[in-house]
Write a protein that binds this ligand. Structure first.
Ligand SMILES: [Zn+2]
Length: 183
């Protein structure tokens, strides 16, 4: 292995390790990093040994595929909208390049992990888990089922789906209305 490919391999392992910490599924890690199942399993074992708490479990179930799950209730819509603003900041939503996660999976995954790490402390209630966030970012970037709308009242961008005709209220405005008012 020459120097260059050793560096790439190191980066693959680093990104995969981060994705494991975020409880990404094996398949998602494999597609993003091009590591083999065996390599990922080994990393997973190392992560488990490193973490005495051992709370990390890989989700083996189906990845969430319905776009509507991100707009079905106010809480989810708020979380998705917060994540969307972080993704926007990292320029991960608009792209001239078609499907960046396919053309450069490793770099996409590396940037996504950084963005997801920034999103977590911003979450208001129940943060989107890694797989939900991963799927959400792709669905929103594709702009066919989800899109961002600018609120006329507060100018925040929030997530809406193309399937629902009924206009949903801006989750940021709703949050502000719910907050206790100072006397
Ligand atoms: Zn608003």
């Amino acid at each position: 292995m020459d120097n260059q490919s050793a560096i790439v391999q190191q980066e693959r392992v680093a990104v995969a390790a981060q994705m494991i910490r975020y409880e990404a599924r094996t398949r998602t890690i494999r597609l993003a990093t091009r590591l083999t199942e065996d390599q990922i399993r080994r990393l997973y074992r190392q992560a488990r040994q490193a973490e005495t708490a051992a709370t990390t479990t890989r989700h083996r179930g189906r990845s969430p595929s319905q776009a509507l799950q991100y707009t079905r209730n106010a809480g989810m819509q708020l979380e998705a909208s917060i994540l969307a603003s972080v993704l926007t900041k990292h320029a991960m939503l608009r792209g001239r390049r078609e499907k960046p996660w396919l053309s450069n999976g490793l770099q996409y995954a590396r940037r996504f992990c950084i963005a997801y790490g920034e999103y977590l402390p911003l979450a208001q209630q129940q943060p989107l888990n890694f797989e939900q966030a991963w799927h959400f970012a792709r669905t929103l970037a594709a702009r066919s089922e989800l899109y961002l709308q600018r609120c006329v009242r507060c100018a925040s961008h929030f997530v809406r789906d193309t399937a629902t005709v009924l206009k949903s209220q801006c989750p940021f405005c709703r949050l502000r209305e719910q907050a206790p008012r100072p006397d």
